[in-house]
Write a protein that binds this ligand. Structure first.
Ligand SMILES: C[S@@+](CC[C@H](N)C(=O)[O-])C[C@H]1O[C@@H](n2cnc3c(N)ncnc32)[C@H](O)[C@@H]1O
Length: 332
């Protein structure tokens, strides 16, 4: 089915606003009532969160962007060789695309080398998709593009329904690390089940390395990562009419080199009650909210993940420091 492609953003596939607002309220209240308390990191990305994440990507400590940018800017031909289906037309679907600063190098290369492809970026944030669209239109004028605002799998299904071509699904920037390990297996398995034999994926994995370098990327002295985490409390105040004293929480980051889990928390600096939409949630002094995991992988973790989820590894590209790897796998 060849529907919905044009050079501008295609709206109309995204979840109803009211339904998204209902899910936000329910997830926040359920998360803060659970033991331990937690919030889902997909909610970081309102307009302020998008801006703060762009600031994080520009921080010298946040090596992930530099490493993956090096792969996409300097080793583009290797990536492109791994995904081009000879002369077959394909669709490149990117999950959690963000502002597209890395992807645009690959898109440019594919376009310059005459590949017959269309681009379908997916993101939960409509704001960042607007920024991405501008970036991509400037870098690759005339590229056929369909922006899909919403959750990964809902939008992947929509993209596949609109495609009818071979597909490459791309997940960059360590997005896969923002899942617990068992969830990343289920995520890959689900992608494999939606795709067809011969389709491919490009997935970026942040590798285990010097723990001080990892921790430093999430513990910046300028406080941008702290502001990024605290911004979710501000969003809850605004969208759920809550009365959280944001200054009553501090950001805390851990890295466990054994498991590879790098986790962020907001810790209550005093005993306090917060009111959210008629619900009262009590915090003890020192009690934390678990905010986000940024999982780090060993090479063998990645090989096992491919095998367990039914993909065949095709190739991989690393940066010169060997901090980060983008793998290309094919559906068996
Ligand atoms: C860590 S940023 C990485 C962005 C981009 N992949 C990069 O490498 O620069 C994560 C992006 O994924 C989006 N995102 C997070 N959870 C999502 C979900 N469940 N469904 C769709 N998009 C999601 C966020 O809005 C954000 O733009």
């Amino acid at each position: 089915m060849e529907v919905g492609f044009n050079r501008l953003m295609v709206a109309g596939f995204h979840k109803e606003k009211t339904s998204a607002a209902r899910s936000f309220r329910q997830d926040v209240i359920n998360g803060l009532k659970s033991v331990p308390k937690r919030l889902q990191s997909k909610y970081f990305y309102d307009d302020a969160g998008d801006r703060l994440f762009q600031d994080i990507m520009a921080m010298p400590e946040y090596y992930l962007t530099d490493a993956e940018l090096e792969i996409f800017r300097d080793k583009t031909a290797l990536l492109s060789q791994g995904i081009c289906f000879e002369d077959t037309a394909f669709d490149l679907i990117e999950l959690g695309a963000g502002d597209g600063v890395k992807s645009r190098h690959l898109l440019q290369h594919l376009s310059d080398t005459g590949a017959d492809f269309r681009y379908m970026p997916v993101d939960i944030s409509g704001n960042i998709l607007d920024i991405l669209r501008e970036n991509i239109e400037e870098a690759v004028p005339g590229l056929e593009m369909m922006c899909l605002q919403g959750e990964y799998f809902e939008m992947l299904e929509q993209a596949c329904a609109a495609s009818g071509r071979q597909k490459v699904v791309m997940i960059l920037g360590g997005n896969i690390g923002n899942m617990e390990k068992k969830d990343s297996y289920e995520f890959c398995l689900k992608i494999r089940q939606i795709l067809s034999p011969g389709d491919r994926v490009i997935i970026g994995f942040d590798l285990k390395k010097d723990p001080f370098i990892i921790l430093g990327a999430y513990n910046d002295p300028s406080g941008i990562t702290a502001a990024f985490n605290l911004n979710l409390l501000t969003r809850i105040n605004r969208e759920l009419d809550a009365g959280i004293d944001v200054a009553g929480f501090q950001h805390y980051q851990t890295y466990d080199p054994l498991s590879g889990a790098c986790r962020s928390f907001l810790v209550s600096t005093r005993a306090q009650d917060i009111e959210i939409d008629g619900e009262t949630i009590s915090f003890e002094k020192g009690e934390s909210i678990y905010m986000e995991i940024s999982q780090k992988f060993s090479r063998s973790d990645i090989a096992i993940l491919a095998l367990k989820s039914g993909f065949v590894p095709v190739s991989e590209v690393m940066d010169s420091e060997q901090y980060f790897v983008d793998v290309i796998w094919q559906v068996a």
